[in-house]
Write a protein that binds this ligand. Structure first.
Ligand code: COA
Length: 464
């Protein structure tokens, strides 16, 4: 069980064992998802009673299939799975996905061990059991039984919970975060988080890796994979509390372990721990679209003093700093502010700030060598013009891409209602990280800072 996962994610032939004509069955949904994928491969439904399913020729057993099978998806009751796995080994199948439940997650370790033993001497890789499968959005392949099509992008997600994995597809779509691959690891009999981190670290379609985990089987391998990975790895580790750890044991039959040890180990390996899934997507959006911050010195621009203070507190609470402006930057911003107010950091553009004040002050902070990242914020008050605020952010992001010296992240914060929401959707669709909360913005900036630090460490290590 040692080969790379290339034929697993990009198979040229797939068989579905337990394919059914009955549209309420998982084997039917699995076959249909493959067929409706815009993906070029041979498809073989396997069912002892049927001649064809969904218009595709059906085979009684895997052995009857002519030629090689790269991936077998198994959707028959647990007690039949060992027999199917023997057939897979005989047929020299490269990869299997065992969708079936009824193994270690309900305490039946014997049945799971039996499968492990059957596959032991082969090169076959196994996902699951008790998994939803995966969706490879980059290649348009849906090798799962669940609904939902992710928007294409470069976040690859690994989930120990099938249901949450499905929820993540919808959450990602809602948040306009594009996904390359999403995979449910189930009971992790063979393919584990570390295998997937290793694969995604070399996958050109993956830029950011996100995990939802309840327990880690091989802590050392997990940490080594994060350490060796030259892409940001975001981790939501559930079971922080004693009650949460108890819930973990009854959900996947695994032990949550000491939360403090997990937290320290993830940090040490260079991963970023996220509080929850929304935070994971917030950070992923920033990491996918913005350059990492070269340091922790943040400049804040706002049209509302209160929002500036909230952002300052949230940044400081997360290890970022809000330095005083240099004289040069002070002078630049002073020219564009009304007479009544003097520049500071946070820069308060005051309530009637329009496009020019936002644009010019953002540029001044981007040009300042003492600033590593910029947060541009707006409160939708009486005089505020949301369209001018969002327009300025878009312009500065475009301009930053043209100027080498502007390679600093820009994040947006907004507090407002419906009129603002529609504009923000356009920004999100354009990949601009913008958040409806000071805390969420600060956490996303923290991820960019941590990523900058990780890259520096990596470069140092390479230099020896
Ligand atoms: N080879 C091929 N097909 C076989 C077979 C064999 N050796 N033995 C039986 N089958 C066929 C059955 O005849 C049936 O087809 P039919 O509808 O034409 O009769 C099909 O395989 C499925 O078997 P069935 O007994 O009807 O099972 P099912 O579809 O009700 O349930 C599972 C099978 C795997 C879906 C179910 O056991 C299960 O584990 N469900 C939970 C899955 C889950 O939630 N996974 C985790 C997600 S995160």
């Amino acid at each position: 069980m040692s080969q790379k996962l290339e034929t697993f994610f990009k198979p040229k032939s797939i068989a579905v064992v337990g394919a059914s004509k009955n549209s309420t069955k998982i084997g039917h949904a699995t076959l249909k998802n493959i067929l409706i994928s815009d993906y070029d491969c041979k498809v073989y439904p396997i069912n002892p009673k049927e001649k064809e399913i969904l218009g595709v020729k059906c085979y009684k057993t895997l052995n009857d299939v002519p030629g090689k099978i790269d991936l077998v998806m198994v959707s028959v009751p647990a007690k039949i799975v060992p027999q199917i796995m023997r057939e897979c080994v005989q047929k020299k199948v490269e990869n299997t996905i065992i969708i079936s439940s009824g193994f270690s997650e309900i305490g039946d370790h014997k049945l799971e061990d039996e499968i492990k033993k059957i596959a032991e001497k082969s090169n076959m890789r196994i996902l699951g059991p008790n998994t939803m499968g995966y969706k490879n959005a980059s290649d348009n392949l849906d090798a799962s039984f669940v609904f939902g099509v992710p928007r294409k992008g470069n976040l690859s997600l690994i989930s120990q919970s099938g249901a949450l994995g499905i929820g993540m597809i919808y959450l990602a779509n809602n948040e306009y975060v594009g996904v390359s691959k999403i995979i449910g690891v189930g009971n992790k009999l063979d393919i584990d988080d570390d295998d997937l981190i290793d694969y995604f670290s070399t996958d050109p379609e993956t830029k950011v890796i996100g995990l939802y985990i309840e327990a880690i089987k091989d802590g050392r391998a997990f940490m080594n994979s994060i350490k060796a990975c030259d892409k940001p790895v975001l981790v939501v580790k559930a079971g922080r509390s004693a009650a949460g750890a108890r819930a973990t044991a009854s959900h996947t039959g695994s032990m949550a372990g000491s939360d403090k040890i997990y937290g320290a180990a993830i940090r040490q390996a260079g991963g970023i721990r996220c509080r929850d899934l929304v935070e994971l997507f917030d950070m992923a959006r920033a990491l996918a679209g913005q350059p990492p911050a070269q340091g922790n010195r943040i400049g804040i621009i706002t049209n509302g003093g209160g929002l500036g203070i909230l952002l300052t507190d949230a940044c400081e609470a997360n290890g970022l700093t809000i330095p005083k402006l240099s004289q040069k930057t002070y002078n630049k911003i002073d020219k564009i502010l009304p007479d009544l107010i003097r520049p500071n950091n946070p820069v308060d553009l005051v309530g009637d700030a329009g496009f020019y004040r936002y644009e010019a002050s953002t540029r001044a902070l981007l040009e300042d060598p003492n600033i590593d990242g910029v947060i541009v914020a707006s409160v939708h008050g009486g005089y505020a013009r949301p369209r001018e605020f969002t327009g300025a952010i878009l312009k500065m992001i475009r301009e930053r891409k043209l100027h080498e010296e502007f390679k600093k992240p820009i994040l947006g914060t907004w507090i407002g209602g419906k009129e603002f929401e529609d504009l923000v959707l356009d920004l999100k669709a354009a990949g601009v990280p913008i958040y409806p909360s000071s805390w969420r913005t600060a956490r996303a900036m923290t991820a960019l800072y941590l990523e900058g630090e990780r890259i520096k460490r990596e470069r140092k290590q390479k230099r020896g």
